[in-house]
Write a protein that binds this ligand. Structure first.
Ligand code: FRU
Length: 510
């Protein structure tokens, strides 16, 4: 891409075949992690890792969108640019502005981000990639110093880098924290103090840890503790990116995005994972005592979760609805990657963490096609139930149903379809992308307990499918790149019949 697209070119990009209608996507160029998710002056703000100069990852900027309702997103100007490309030529983020958080303090919106500075040859034109694609990148080579910095705004749109940056700068000889692979800060407050957690890989690179800092005044940060650390056997990954804490009463949920977790049975077949651990946080000792890692998503494309708490005290997460090393065929149209819908993060009475589409999205429901008491004995398409932008809800009565599947984005000639399937004997659920469209293949599966019913709530948006099951206890997300006229939805009893007590389809008029 040569320079900023003209308004006409931009319009063409944003109306191209796979561009979403209600998800966050870049106006043009490349997007990865969501950043700085916050509520400020009456709007939600989401920032994202952004490379405006090409459709590939490159020196990271913070792109920005805002919304009052989680589905109408407005593109805003770039919030932060790396020093080499910004007017101030700041030394500390010369090579990029990596992920971080947003926090309102004294009426200003503060963004804390990780600055990138190459120590040797390399620099802003290097193709170093943080997620291990290129071994000279920050995850592989160790020639980049990562520090934590602030930018602030009084209007939520125009940001100024803080004069005293960096605010967290770890010396090379620090006994506990290595200043390479030291990124993605998340701030919260508790009992009148400010806390910040940051992902880190220990100096000999054998383990990853989350380190916690503390501040009385929001600007001077002191290292407090290693709040959590991975198993030495590598089974929990090589680097925990994008940490954060939510709490529900005295239970804390630590979100993390672990790189390179080895596959375990049906789980962890993506290159990187995103999920959480539940436990208790001892603020005096600075230690999080926790249970096992649980993934947020069993599909192909979900990474770098970030979280926010709105003024009503509701927690929301949002993630990159893509994955490192995936194909991104939308690049031919001048843009790459989208974010997930925001999900409300909740803890059920029984302590199980669920993520559910926020009620705000119910406003998208207008027209409704509904069916009751369906007993299907053969593959069926239902009148009025088809499309690529909308919400599909249905229950399957497992007591009366054998193996079944349903297929989304089907072409009339049967050559394209994204298939979701349930195996009743072995009790697992899966997703097959072999015929989903351009450039993709493979399956993702996960085991289910004994259940009477599977409840589906599915969001479709041009090139994405997000399947929420049983109140958000299980979710599968994927990008798909079918032809524009592959709009069919089929329900397929594969052994015996398929009993669907209720079904509703809401095509969205966007
Ligand atoms: C996660 C990540 C973050 C980093 C950012 C760089 O996908 O590697 O750790 O801050 O991407 O773009």
């Amino acid at each position: 891409m040569a320079g900023t697209p003209t308004p006409e070119e931009m319009k063409k990009i944003q109306s191209s075949k796979w561009y979403p209608k209600y998800h966050v996507a870049p106006p043009y160029g490349w997007l990865n992690d969501p950043n700085g998710f916050s509520w400020y002056k009456g709007e939600y703000h989401i920032f994202y890792q952004y490379h405006p100069y090409s459709v590939n990852w490159g020196p990271m900027h913070w792109g920005h969108s805002s919304s009052k309702n989680f589905y109408e997103w407005k593109h805003q100007p770039i919030a932060i640019a790396p020093g080499a490309l910004s007017e101030g030529h700041e030394w500390y983020d010369w090579d990029g502005c990596f992920s971080g958080c947003g926090y309102e303090f004294e009426n200003k919106l503060w963004l804390m981000y990780t600055s990138q500075k190459f120590n040797g040859p390399g620099g802003v034109n290097s193709s170093a990639n943080p997620s291990g694609i290129n071994p000279s990148g920050s995850s592989g080579g160790g020639n980049v110093t990562e520090r934590q910095c602030f930018a602030y705004s009084e209007d939520g749109i125009n940001f100024t880098k803080y004069e005293k940056n960096p605010v967290i700068d770890i010396p090379n000889d620090h006994p506990i924290i290595a200043n390479i692979d030291f990124r993605d800060p998340k701030i919260w407050d508790h009992d009148g103090k400010y806390y910040c957690v940051i992902g880190n890989r220990i100096r000999d690179r054998s383990r990853t840890q989350i380190v916690m800092f503390e501040s009385e005044n929001f600007f001077d940060w002191k290292f407090k503790s290693v709040v959590a650390i991975s198993n030495p056997d590598g089974s929990e990954g090589t680097m925990w990116e994008c940490p954060g804490f939510a709490h529900f009463g005295d239970k804390y949920v630590m979100i993390i995005s672990p790189q390179h977790v080895p596959p375990q049975g049906r789980l962890y077949h993506n290159i990187h994972q995103a999920g959480y651990m539940v436990g208790t946080l001892d603020y005096d000792k600075g230690i999080f005592t926790h249970g096992n890692f649980v993934t947020f998503d069993y599909g192909f494309d979900f990474y770098a979760t970030t979280m926010m708490k709105n003024p009503e005290g509701r927690y929301f997460i949002i993630a990159w609805l893509d994955m490192w090393q995936s194909p991104f065929p939308e690049q031919e149209d001048g843009w790459s990657c989208i974010l997930t819908i925001p999900r409300e993060l909740k803890m059920r009475e029984d302590g199980v963490v669920v993520t559910v589409p926020p009620d705000e999205l119910l406003e998208l429901r207008k027209e409704c096609v509904s069916y009751d008491n369906l007993t299907l004995e053969e593959a069926t398409q239902l009148e009025g139930v088809k499309g690529d932008v909308g919400e599909l809800l249905f229950d399957v009565d497992l007591k009366q149903t054998g193996d079944f599947s349903f297929e989304l984005r089907c072409s009339d000639d049967g050559t394209e379809k994204t298939v979701f399937y349930y195996n009743a004997a072995e009790k697992y659920f899966g997703l097959n992308r072999d015929k989903a469209g351009r450039d993709q293949s493979g399956v993702r599966e996960f085991d289910l307990p004994e259940l009477d019913v599977l409840q589906f709530r599915i969001y479709l948006d041009k090139s994405s499918i997000e399947v929420f099951m049983n109140g958000g206890e299980y979710v599968m997300s994927t990008r798909v790149y079918p032809r524009e006229d592959s709009l069919g939805i089929r329900f397929v009893p594969t052994s015996g019949k398929m009993v669907i007590p209720t079904l509703k389809f809401y095509p969205f008029d966007l």
